[in-house]
Design a protein around this ligand. Structure first.
Ligand SMILES: NC(=O)c1ccc[n+]([C@@H]2O[C@H](COP(=O)([O-])OP(=O)(O)OC[C@H]3O[C@@H](n4cnc5c(N)ncnc54)[C@H](O)[C@@H]3O)[C@@H](O)[C@H]2O)c1
Length: 467
C-alpha cells in the first residue's frame, strides 16, 4: 500500500517539525497538519512560526502550500488521509487517579474518538505521542467499538525521538526510526506502509520494527536513560564542589570509556523540558501499577536528584549573596529549558526565578527566543519581574547574574562592559558551565559554577560585621 495522503493531529513541537520534514522529503505525499487550536494553525500559516527550531522556517517556507498544509479543519484532514499521526499532548495528570504521575490520555482519546466519528475509509492510525505501554490497546478499543461497516483500522506505535533545539537535524538524520505494530498480516502491511514513507530518506537499516508494546516502552525507557545520565553527572557535581575535583575533567575521563560514551555528561543546573520529568513519572507510575515498587523507586530517584540539583544551585546563589536577596536585582540570562528553543516547559529558570522572588529579589530576565508574555505566564504574573530585549540592559544595575540557559550568545558577551554597569561586588552564577570563569575572575567578578570550586573565594572586608 502506497500512502499518498497523510494527516497529523497536533501541530505542536512534534507534529509541526515531523510533518514538515515528511513533506520536504516526500514531495509525492500530501501532508496536512491539523490542530483544534485555530490560533496555532494561524501561526503556522504566518511568517512567524509558533515554535523556534533551527532550520524549520526554511523547510516550511519551501513546502507550505505545495504538499504541506496547516489546517484547523480537523474533520476534513481525517477524511482525506490514509494514514493519521496522533501527535497530541500527553501531560501529567493533575487530577484523579495517578495525579502528578500518570500520563493524561484525554487528548489521545479525544483524537481517537474524532477519527472514529469522522472516518469513512480504512485508516492507519499512528501513535506518535509518548504514551504509557498498552495505550495502543485503548486507541484500538475506541476505534473498533465505534467502527462503521466496511472500515478497518490498524494502529501503529511510532514514537518520536527528536530533541528540541536540534529537531530538524534529528529528523533528517535520525539515529533510528522505531515502528511497532500487530503481528497479523494486516499489521505487517501497515508497518510496511509507514516504512515506505520513512524510506524516502532514512536508510532501511535504521528503521526498526518491533511489537507495539516494545515500541511504546522504548520511548519511555530512552527518556529515562537519558535523564538518568544527567542526574548521575549532576550528583557527582555536588561531590566535586565539596572536594575540589572538577566535573568537566571527571566527565571527560569517564566519557572516554566507550562503554559509557561522552554524550549527555554535561553537568548543569538540572534538566527541564516537557518530556523527561513527565515520561519518568509515567514510568514510575506504570511500575507501581505493575507491583514493581523497587523499580519505581529506582527511576523516581532520577527526578529527586534533578530537584535536588535545582534547589542546591539556587540555595548557593542566595547563600553567596550574604544569605539575603531581598531588594536585590538579579539578572537571569536564559529562560528556555535549553538553547535553540523558545520552549520553557519545566525550565529550571522557572524554579530559580520563583525561589528568588519568594526571597524578595527583583528579577531581570533576558532570553533570545522566549516571548515576554510567556515569561510572565510561567511566573504567574508575579510582581518584581522585568523582561529585557538584550543582555546588557538586563544586567545593568544588578547585584548578580544567573546563567540558566546555555545560549551561545552568552559566551561572547562583553563582560568588561557588563561589570562596569553592575553593583559591586558583582556575582556570576554559571548554571551551565559555559563561561570563561578565569577571565571573569580577572575582570573582578565573584564566580560560582556547577561541579567546580573556583580558586578565589571572595570574602568582603565587612563580612565579619555583617555576620
Ligand atoms: N516536545 C518534544 O520534544 C517531544 C519529543 C518527543 C515526543 N514528544 C511527545 O509528543 C507529544 C506531543 O508533544 P508536543 O511537545 O508536540 O505537544 P504540544 O503541546 O506542543 O502540541 C500538542 C498539540 O495537540 C493539539 N491537540 C490536542 N488534541 C487534539 C485533537 N484532538 N486534534 C488535533 N489537535 C489536538 C493541541 O492543541 C496542541 O497544539 C507528547 O506526547 C510528547 O510527550 C514530545
Amino acid at each position: 500500500m502506497t500512502i499518498k495522503n497523510v494527516c497529523c493531529l497536533g501541530a505542536g513541537y512534534v507534529g509541526g517539525p515531523t510533518c514538515s520534514v515528511i513533506a520536504y522529503k516526500c514531495p509525492n505525499i500530501k501532508v496536512t497538519v491539523a490542530d483544534l487550536s485555530k490560533e496555532r494553525i494561524a501561526q503556522w500559516n504566518s511568517e512567524k512560526l509558533p515554535i523556534y527550531e533551527p532550520g524549520l522556517d526554511k523547510i516550511v517556507k519551501e513546502c507550505r502550500g505545495k504538499n504541506l498544509f496547516f489546517s484547523s479543519d480537523v474533520q476534513r484532514a481525517i477524511l482525506d488521509a490514509e494514514l493519521i499521526f496522533i501527535s497530541v499532548n500527553t501531560p501529567t495528570k493533575n487530577i484523579g487517579n495517578g495525579k502528578g504521575r500518570a500520563a493524561d490520555l484525554k487528548y489521545v482519546e479525544g483524537a481517537a474518538r474524532l477519527i472514529a466519528e469522522v472516518a469513512k475509509s480504512d485508516k492507519i492510525v499512528v501513535e506518535k505521542s509518548t504514551v504509557p505501554v498498552k495505550a495502543a490497546d485503548s486507541i484500538m478499543k475506541i476505534l473498533r467499538a465505534n467502527q462503521k461497516q466496511g472500515i478497518s483500522y490498524q494502529i501503529l506505535s511510532n514514537p518520536e525521538f527528536l530533541a528540541e533545539g536540534t529537531a530538524i537535524n534529528d529528523l533528517l538524520n535520525a539515529d533510528r526510526v522505531l515502528i511497532g505494530g500487530e503481528e497479523t498480516p494486516e499489521g505487517q502491511a501497515a508497518i510496511e506502509a509507514l516504512c515506505g514513507i520513512y524510506e524516502n530518506w532514512i536508510p532501511k537499516s535504521k528503521i526498526l520494527t518491533t511489537n507495539t508494546w516494545s515500541s511504546e516502552l522504548s520511548k519511555l525507557a530512552a527518556n529515562a536513560m537519558l535523564a538518568q545520565r544527567i542526574s548521575s553527572i549532576n550528583s557527582l557535581s555536588a561531590v566535586c564542589e565539596a572536594t575540589g575535583a572538577d566535573i568537566s575533567e571527571v566527565a571527560k575521563a569517564i566519557g572516554c570509556d566507550t562503554r559509557i560514551g561522552a554524550k549527555f555528561l554535561q553537568a548543569s543546573i538540572g534538566f527541564g523540558g516537557s518530556c523527561f520529568q513527565k515520561d519518568i513519572l509515567n514510568l514510575v507510575y506504570i511500575c507501581e501499577c505493575l507491583n514493581l515498587p523497587e523499580v519505581a523507586q529506582y527511576w523516581q530517584q532520577v527526578i529527586d536528584m534533578n530537584d535536588f540539583q535545582k534547589t542546591r544551585f539556587t540555595s548557593k546563589v542566595i547563600q553567596s549573596l550574604f544569605n539575603t536577596v531581598s531588594g536585590k536585582k538579579i539578572c537571569i540570562l536564559g529562560f528556555a529549558f535549553k538553547k535553540n528553543t523558545g520552549d520553557t516547559r519545566e525550565s529550571p529558570a522557572i524554579h530559580v526565578a520563583n525561589t528568588l522572588l519568594d526571597e524578595g529579589a527583583c528579577i531581570h530576565i533576558y532570553d533570545p527566543k522566549v516571548e515576554e508574555s510567556q515569561i510572565f505566564e510561567d511566573l504567574s504574573h508575579r510582581q518584581n519581574i522585568f523582561v529585557y530585549q538584550d543582555a546588557y540592559s538586563a544586567t545593568q544595575g544588578c547585584h548578580a547574574i544567573v546563567i540558566c540557559t546555555e545560549w551561545d550568545e552568552f559566551m561572547i558577551l562583553d563582560f568588561n562592559k557588563i561589570y562596569e554597569g553592575m553593583m559591586k561586588p558583582s556575582y556570576i552564577f554559571d548554571g551551565r558551565k559555559i563561561l570563561d570563569h578565569e577571565a571573569l575572575i580577572q575582570i573582578g567578578f565573584q564566580v560560582q559554577t556547577i561541579g567546580r570550586k573556583l580558586e578565589r573565594e571572595f570574602v568582603p572586608r565587612s563580612w565579619s560585621t555583617l555576620e
